[in-house]
Design a protein around this ligand. Structure first.
Ligand code: BJW
Ligand code: ZN
Length: 248
């Protein structure tokens, strides 16, 4: 494990005045806001079988159970706020503008609420619903029920999220372009779910600088040039402050 100072110094060097930075966030980013992570003690997969609630087969078997799983999480999202880590990343976007790409695996809207504007939600967004037939995507702040129908074709609605076995979003253009950035920074992700888990290796293969900010060692920690341990609400603001201190 390396120090935050050392990692920030390396990032400043790699960025220079024109370099680009790509950030990948995971559930650990929203943990201090009170949003449950998936794996580990207290994680969502302790109480729910992922095969039941996060696969297309699970939805076909018992759509009511799956809708309720997401309805409960959507309701809970109303009670939480962005934390200092989300706010710091929004400040970083304010300073780097188009030099920053933010890829999130999170389906919550905490990056948006903190002020980030250009966000690639690769696993979808819980505040949207999608038609199972025609793929229409609709803003959906409330519960999705079995009775809700697509306004375009009348078929059933599902949460606009990516389940196991489904293709994540933005993989054709935006994410490959983002992975060309000089610096790849992963925050709060266990590195267990692909293709997100493979991004650090991909960036490293291209000779990019890779940094991980995570509470615990992840499945991908061995890949990164720098790993900093700690809660995102503390490490991310400190890291961003050090990067911005010397940005022109
Ligand atoms: C803190 C903290 C704090 C805590 N501060 N840190 C074998 C090899 C390769 C791939 C596969 C394979 N077998 C099957 C696959 C494919 C499969 C997969 O990866 N399976 C693995 C389990 C092996 N992947 C897929 O099916 C994906 N699609 C796909 O591959 O399509 C085909 C394709 C082919 C070729 C190219 C591209 C694509 C789809 C995956 C969809 C995942 N969906 C979910 C649910 C989304 C909706 C929802 O939210 O319900 O996404 S599963 C769940 O896991 C969710 C998350 O986004 C995702 C990642 O979790 P994350 O964010 O890492 O959270 P945690 O809980 O795991 O970790 C939190 C971390 O934070 C921990 O490390 C903590 O230490 C840390 N932490 N508090 C900082 N305060
Ligand atoms: Zn439809």
């Amino acid at each position: 494990m390396q120090s935050l100072d050392e990692a920030a110094r390396a990032v400043r060097g790699a960025l220079g005045s024109r370099g680009r930075l790509t950030v990948l966030t995971g559930a650990g980013m929203s943990a201090e806001s009170g949003v449950a992570t998936f794996r580990g003690a207290g994680g969502l997969w302790e109480k729910h079988r992922l095969e039941d609630v996060a696969t297309p087969e699970g939805f076909l078997r018992d759509p009511r159970l799956v809708l309720e799983f997401y309805n409960a999480r959507r309701r809970q999202l109303r009670a939480v706020r962005p934390n200092a880590a989300h706010e710091a990343l929004a400040r970083l976007e304010g300073a780097l503008v188009e030099r920053l790409a933010l890829i999130t695996q999170n389906i919550d809207d905490l990056h948006e609420r903190a002020g980030s504007r250009r966000i690639l939600h690769m696993h979808g967004e819980i505040l949207k619903a999608r038609c199972v037939s025609c793929e229409a995507v609709l803003p959906w702040p409330g519960d999705i029920t079995l009775e809700d129908a697509c306004p375009a074709c009348g078929d059933r609605l599902r949460p606009h999220v990516v389940w196991f076995g489904e293709m994540p979003f933005h993989l054709e253009e935006e994410i490959p372009r983002a992975l060309e950035a000089e610096v790849f920074l992963a925050i709060g992700t266990s590195g267990t779910v692909y293709p997100a888990a493979g991004m650090a290796a991909e960036a490293r293969l291209r000779g990019r600088l890779t940094v991980e900010l995570n509470l615990d060692p992840s499945e991908q920690s061995h890949i990164f040039d720098h790993c900093v341990r700690g809660p995102a609400g503390t490490t991310v603001p400190a890291f961003v402050e050090r990067i911005l201190a010397e940005q022109p």
